[in-house]
Write a protein that binds this ligand. Sequence first.
Ligand code: FES
Length: 103
Amino acid sequence: MPNWVRAARAADCAVGRLTAANAGGAAIVLANVDGRICALEDRCSHEEYPLSDGELDGGDVVCAYHGARFDACSGARKALPAVLPVRSYPIEVRDGDIYVDVG
Ligand code: FES
């Protein structure tokens, strides 16, 4: 069942950057990939450190701790040492606010 909650202002998510946010108690990381905003769980699947401490490299989120890479929009794992994907969330922008479906 969808559960849309407001997470951030779209204007606060700069192009090419990661932004940590809280969506109804869920820690998420917002990635602005050339104007497309995507949301992932803010927890690396390797050792559970926050992905928001890392950086956005093109369409990849790069974990700051051991260099794992994930697709910023699907959460698919793209490089070791992570072997599992991270959860991705649907998002919508309404009136300049980012809503995340954490349902
Ligand atoms: S915690 Fe992310 S690569 Fe190790």
